[in-house]
Write a protein that binds this ligand. Structure first.
Ligand code: KG4
Ligand code: ZN
Length: 337
């Protein structure tokens, strides 16, 4: 069964071919147009998707050695994401499926991240725990079996990646902020500045990252550090990045570890853009070694938004005969049901 997956929920135009659960190609075109604005501009994202979609799909088919006629089905993200951006990939996918007379499946983007750890050679076993951390989401999910999952908690304000992006902007490090702060932070001392850690109620698996973001802002004001007025001293910048990163990672690791123990799972997955963070991987890797659980994280191309995870979930759904109607609409605030 050969499935084409299309992802256009944010600023990555991506398409991939998955055959019988194996990735044959994964083409990602990252829209660089947003960089100079310090964040994703929705209207520019839609226009760029529109401009790129045909060549990205054609490239995915060519690299996957597939013709349109070889496809058994098409999957496309229908939410959550930016409305205009979602519409491009969703409508393209539906139209192509309609023209080829093959089934179509609309895919929840978060479900894509949830199954992104199945794209590698070694796959997690059910039941497993998944920490999904991206620019739009931060949640802990207990996956009991295929498509049977329970959201344990999620962010009440900013997503972890969003906090990285906003702090990066404050520090004059640009967008996307995660890789920049990760790189700077590796040169700094994580104990230099004590930024707050928000654990919320003792039994809660929810997250909150707006406090630490504001604390960085207040710190810059108090110390009269203005990156716009001139570059920060490199050592100080590295310490701020390392200390901010440590406070985010501390909370992510603590909640993930508590859930791992309480649910007694053997396999723990991290997914989404922030799962590329080197400190998060290192800390959870250490925990896995002493705690006796297996830690899974996607390779970098599957951490970021990508068509392969959408094609994979499409394959899981379509092989069970679960498709979507041609009247499926984009749902910008779709939740993980
Ligand atoms: O999954 P993704 O590509 O898109 C969303 O669905 O949001 O995640 C993008 C997010 C951005 O906020 C970016 O700053 C963050 O992932 N990110 C990182 C790292 N690489 C990307 N955050 C922390 N450390 C990184 N190395
Ligand atoms: Zn994502």
């Amino acid at each position: 069964m050969v499935v084409l997956g299309i992802e256009t929920s944010c600023d990555e135009t991506s398409a991939a071919v998955v055959a019988d659960g194996v990735v044959k190609s994964n083409v990602i075109s990252s829209q660089l147009v947003h960089r100079k604005y310090g964040g994703v501009v929705p209207e520019l994202a839609s226009r760029a998707h529109q401009r790129l979609i045909i060549q990205v799909v054609e490239e995915a088919l060519a690299r996957g050695a597939a013709q349109k006629e070889d496809l058994s089905g098409i999957a496309a993200t229908y939410g959550p994401g930016l409305a205009g951006a979602l519409l491009v990939g969703l409508n393209f996918g539906k139209a192509l499926a309609y023209a080829l007379h093959i089934p179509f499946a609309g895919i929840n983007h978060i479900e894509g991240h949830l199954y992104s750890n199945f794209l590698g050679e070694e796959k997690p076993s059910y039941p497993f725990l998944s920490l999904i951390v991206s620019g739009g989401h931060t949640m802990l999910v207990h996956v009991e079996s295929e498509f049977q999952h329970r959201v344990l908690g999620q962010t009440r304000d900013d997503a972890a990646g969003e906090a990285f992006d906003k702090v990066s902007k404050m520090l004059g490090l640009g967008y996307p902020g995660g890789p920049a702060i990760d790189g700077q932070g590796s040169q700094g001392d994580p104990r230099a500045i004590r930024f707050p850690r928000s654990f919320l109620e003792e039994d809660s698996y929810d997250f909150s990252f707006s406090g630490v973001k504001t604390a960085v802002l207040y710190y810059l004001r108090e110390k009269k550090l203005d990156p716009k007025a001139g570059a920060l001293d490199p050592a100080r910048l590295a310490d701020i990045c390392a200390s901010f990163q440590a406070s985010v990672v501390d909370v992510l690791v603590a909640k993930t570890m508590r859930a791992t123990r309480e649910l007694n799972v053997r396999d723990v997955c991290i997914a989404g853009g922030v799962s590329a963070n080197s400190e998060l991987r290192r800390r959870l890797g250490d925990e896995a070694r002493v705690g006796g659980f297996r830690l899974f994280h996607p390779t970098l191309e599957y951490c970021m938004d990508n068509g392969a995870m959408i094609a994979y979930v499409g394959w899981l759904r379509l092989r069970r005969g679960i498709g979507s109607g041609m009247d499926l609409a984009a749902v910008p605030n779709l939740e993980l049901a």
